[in-house]
Design a protein around this ligand. Structure first.
Ligand code: ADP
Length: 739
């Protein structure tokens, strides 16, 4: 048997001013047993806190509840009386039903009229009939089925529930109560009982529970072997080994391993008890105070256990309270969290900026690449190479097609020296000089040079260069283009050649056309010479020839011979290719000789010629052969134009006059079809012709010849019908002055 009692004076501060309230607290077990120790602690603390008077507290622990031997209780009665030293207490508070039963059994000896407040016994243990007017109670109303309802709500698949309950008399009472109340669940769950087991056996069972089981920890003050379990770690130990969730019955177990649910409220009960005690101190009759029974509070759960057993919070009943949530980093170390968050935000911002920059850079690079590709494509599609040379580093950049342009192999290094080596030795110096000029004079330079390709062919390249002004103002880079101008050069050379050939052809052609007329012209003087010579011979044959007549005949022969000579001379001039001669021209006689050349043709085509030549014409300088060619061509065109003109109307009017500026103007007018509006602009274009046999070069060549003589040539419709060709030549003095 254990005596564990001590008077405790909790408050003596106001002892001098107010009389202390003596409160006798009676525990059925030793005072460390839950839940009674929890009721008492809460009551004690609240009473001391709220009471205006000092509290003189006597706390006695009985072991009677465990042994349940009323015969052995007498020494306790004596002990209590001795403890209070003859004074009566102001309030007796039995904690739990066994303590209340003890007092009720010994009320006659133990202060029969002292108010008694039964604390924490269950309603069903303390029927109202057994209370006197000095008694009251703050009691529990345990809703036992609610415990199991909770288990099944959270874990609906549960088929086995083991109830942990001890073997002491009070626990045996409760075991039978629970059993009775749980009967209704019989068809859903199998309930097993641990009250006949030692704690060791209980642990073994807890560790090997079948699937879909739960443990309901109800009360364990003493196991089947009589070993007491007070405020030790019994619950925690079971929770550590259990392979299934452990549910409990009171708030004092929360945090020690139970999942939670509707719980008996030890703290609320202690507080309610203190309220009643104070009312009694104030003079209220205990029997009149009927405090309500303390029920379960809001279902309360341990977040760690819910998580451990995988129970979703959504399964909890509405209004539940969840405690022991893992404090977040934020709650644990707010300063550190702020710093970390700031650092994270900063890092994120930096990363974001870097990412944006990277994206921008990539975009810019892509755009640049695309733009470079476009530029290179555009350049290569027009056969253009781009290049840039840095004088400081000696680095040369070019587009890819530059290699092909300079005939360099794909694996050859593209350096300034490599490029220069491909340039024709005669052109290299000028190419380098223009590059240097661009750099030194900061100017635009252009140079054409020949590149000798590996197979010996020549390629003409035109280089353009412009200096780039560097950061420090000096030009250290030069950039530009290379373009293949071989075709252009060839075409120009060919055009020059062709011009000469065409001019020659033209003359040959014209001569071909005129051959008949020329033959006729030469035939005439020859015939005249022949007949004159025969006449001379005839005169000589007469014996005494008339010398004067003979002289005339011979003169005629000489004259005709000269005429024939001139014709031949002109023929030779026409056939000859060569530079123009500068001689003083007599335009009027040029007109005459040209008409003479065409006479035969004019007769054949039935074309009359009207000549209106000005006297005292200035004498321009020039090449008579070339200018006769002009006249010939203009007249031939006039003749061709009148092919469809009625014979009576066919004539060519050739006139000369002195211009206001002292030059000579020659007009060749015809009565042909004239010039159609669509043709007017094209007449002087090479190869423009409306004739089946035409070359379309006559006017082009004539125009060049006239221009070469400082004059102009035009062809337009004449007001009186037909066309008129007009060319002018500057006077000799004017030409000299101009030269
Ligand atoms: P071609 O005589 O070989 O055609 P030209 O250059 O001499 O070459 O003349 C070009 C064209 O100009 C002629 O085909 C013709 O259509 C037109 N043309 C030249 N002279 C006359 C003219 N007097 N009257 C009408 N058209 C003319």
């Amino acid at each position: 048997m254990c005596f564990a009692a001590a008077p405790v004076i909790l408050s003596t501060i106001d002892a001098a001013s107010a009389e202390a309230r003596r409160v006798l607290l009676l525990h059925a077990f030793g005072h460390p047993y839950s839940p009674w120790s929890d009721f008492a602690a809460s009551f004690r603390a609240e009473l001391v806190k709220k009471s205006p008077d000092p509290i003189d507290l006597y706390e006695v622990s009985l072991d009677t509840a465990r042994v349940q031997d009323p015969q052995g209780e007498a020494p306790f009665v004596e002990y209590i009386r001795a403890l209070l030293g003859g004074r009566s207490p102001d309030l007796i508070v039995p904690v739990g039903a066994p303590a209340a039963f003890f007092l009720q059994r010994h009320r006659a000896q133990l202060y029969p009229t002292t108010p008694m407040l039964i604390l924490g016994a269950d309603l069903r243990r303390i029927p109202g009939a057994r209370l006197t007017k000095y008694d009251t109670g703050v009691l529990l109303d345990l809703d036992l089925p609610a415990y199991l309802d909770n288990v099944l709500r959270l874990l609906p698949d549960t088929t086995n529930v083991a109830v942990v309950v001890g073997h002491s008399p009070v626990e045996r009472y409760w075991a039978s109560e629970v059993q009775r109340e749980f009967e209704r669940f019989g068809d859903r769950v199998t309930i097993s009982w641990f009250n006949d087991l030692t704690f060791g056996e209980m642990l073994r069972r807890a560790a090997t529970m079948p699937p879909r089981s739960a443990i309901f920890w109800f009360l364990l003050s003493e196991d089947a072997a009589g070993v007491p379990y007070s405020q030790d770690r019994a619950l925690e130990t079971m929770r550590e080994v259990a392979n299934v969730p452990v549910f409990g019955m009171g708030d004092y177990e929360l945090g020690r391993g139970i999942v939670g649910g509707p719980l008996m409220q030890t703290q609320a009960l202690g507080h309610a008890g203190a309220e009643v005690a104070l009312r009694i101190f104030k003079g209220e009759t205990p029997g009149d105070i009927n405090p309500p029974a303390v029920l379960f509070g809001a279902p309360t759960y341990d977040a760690r256990e819910l998580q451990r057993w995988g129970i979703a919070e959504s399964r909890l009943p509405p209004g539940s309270i969840v405690q022991f949530r893992e404090p977040t980093m934020w709650e644990q170390h707010p300063g550190l969290a702020v710093a970390a968050a700031f650092a994270f935000a900063l890092q994120t911002a930096v990363l974001a900026v870097l990412l944006v920059q990277r994206r921008r850079r990539r975009r810019a690079e892509t755009l640049l690449k695309e733009s470079e590709e476009r530029m290179t494509f555009a350049a290569s599609s027009v056969n253009l190479s781009l290049w840039q040379f840095d004088r400081d580093t000696g680095e040369l950049w070019t587009t890819d097609n530059c290699r092909t342009l300079f005939g360099l192999r794909d694996d050859a290094a593209l350096t300034r020296e490599a490029l220069l080596a491909t340039i024709h030795p005669e052109d290299r110096e000028s190419a380098v000089a223009s590059l240097r000029q661009a750099l030194d004079a900061n100017q635009f330079a252009i140079d054409d040079f020949r590149v000798v390709l590996p197979d010996g062919r020549i390629r003409w390249v035109r280089a353009r260069a412009r200096a780039h002004v560097g950061n420090l103002g000096g030009s250290n880079r030069v950039a530009g283009t290379f373009i293949d101008i071989t075709e252009q050069k060839d075409a120009a050379a060919e055009a020059g050649l062709r011009r000469q050939e065409v001019a020659h052809l033209m003359r040959v052609y014209t001569l071909g056309e005129l051959s008949g007329a020329i033959a006729h012209e030469i035939n005439q003087p020859l015939t005249a010479i022949l007949s004159n010579a025969q006449a001379a011979l005839h005169l000589l044959d007469q014996g005494s020839p008339d010398s004067a007549e003979l002289r005339d005949v011979l003169k005629d022969i000489v004259h005709e011979d000269r005429r024939a000579g001139e014709v031949i001379q002109r023929l030779r001039g026409l056939l000859k290719k060569g530079e123009k001669k500068a001689e003083t021209l007599d335009v009027n006689s040029l007109v005459h000789s040209t008409i003479a050349l065409l006479r035969n043709e004019l007769i054949i085509r039935k074309i009359a010629v009207k000549v209106d030549l000005a006297e005292a014409l200035p004498a321009p300088a020039g090449d008579s052969i070339q200018l006769q060619q002009v006249l010939l061509n203009l007249m031939m065109n006039a003749m061709d134009a009148m092919a469809d003109t009625p014979v009576a109307q066919r004539f060519i009017a050739v006139s000369t006059r002195t211009t206001s500026s002292g030059g000579v103007e020659v007009r060749v007018r015809d009565r042909g079809a004239g010039i159609g509006p669509a043709q007017a602009d094209q007449l002087f274009q090479p190869f423009f012709t409306t004739k089946g046999h035409g070359l379309g070069l006559g006017l082009t060549i004539c125009s060049s010849i006239v221009q070469a003589h400082g004059g102009t040539l035009s062809l337009k419709n004449d007001e009186s019908g037909g066309a008129v060709a007009v060319f002018t030549l500057p006077g000799h003095e004017i030409l000299l002055a101009a030269q």
